[in-house]
Design a protein around this ligand. Structure first.
Ligand code: 5GP
Length: 209
């Protein structure tokens, strides 16, 4: 019995190692450093989408949150949607809700909203979710493409709190660890799982932690 548990543990660690190397290689091969703050990955994550890589990302999120009960996955438009939708298949097809950034006649007037400062766009914007799609007591996993200063993640956590739902944790594909988002989330006691962690983009070189 003990041997069996150890085997499962080892297998997970091996799979995690293989996946992390795959993701790092992809970032090194296709990532473009714009300046010390912005990494462009629109060849596989933000514009053109590498579906098989997203499948592996979904499986890895499931491995990291295997012990958690996840009723819904929450993300923010636009880049988070594909990541969340593919990941959902590994969480028993949990519904995916994406926070909208723009008011529209399609959006219910009964909604939760939160203000987010985007340092990539250098402006503040609202994120909104209809009250119909986040409910009290639901267990919500937040996923997003990047974690930088934590504004987007904190905004989504605020929506979850307004709804009286439970935050399971935050799953991030690429964390830029030299910005303060991860520290801010950890200070709040948030369970954070980042699949790749970048130490620096200095001199246009991608260095991992
Ligand atoms: P934060 O809110 O944590 O400061 O930034 C996270 C959000 O900004 C993500 O939703 C992501 O869309 C965007 N973002 C932050 N840094 C980067 C980056 O280096 N590259 C790209 N493509 N997006 C980023």
């Amino acid at each position: 019995m003990i041997k069996c548990n150890i085997d499962v543990l080892n297998k997970n660690e091996v799979m995690k190692g293989i996946f992390m190397q795959l993701l790092k290689n992809k970032i090194l091969t296709d990532g473009i450093v714009n300046d010390e703050e912005i990494l462009k990955v629109d060849n596989f994550l933000n514009h053109q989408i590498d579906v098989s890589l997203l499948n592996e990302i979904g499986k890895e999120f499931k491995r990291r949150f295997a012990d958690a009960k996840v009723d819904k996955i929450l993300t923010v438009e636009a880049s988070g949607i594909a990541i969340a939708a593919i990941a959902s298949q590994y969480f028993d097809n949990a519904p995916v809700v994406f926070a909208k950034k723009q008011e529209s006649r399609n959006l219910d007037s009964e909604k939760y909203s939160s203000k987010v400062y985007s340092f990539t766009k250098a402006r503040e914007y609202d994120i909104m979710v209809s009250k119909r799609y986040l409910s009290e007591g639901e267990n919500i996993l937040v996923v997003d493409d990047f974690l930088a200063k934590g504004g987007a993640a904190l905004g989504m956590i605020d929506l979850i709190e307004q709804a009286g739902a439970n935050l399971v944790g935050v799953g991030i594909v690429i964390e830029k660890s030299y910005q303060d988002g991860s520290a801010v989330l950890k200070e709040r006691g948030v369970r954070l799982e980042s699949l790749a962690r970048i130490a620096s983009l200095k001199d246009k070189m991608i260095r991992f932690l």
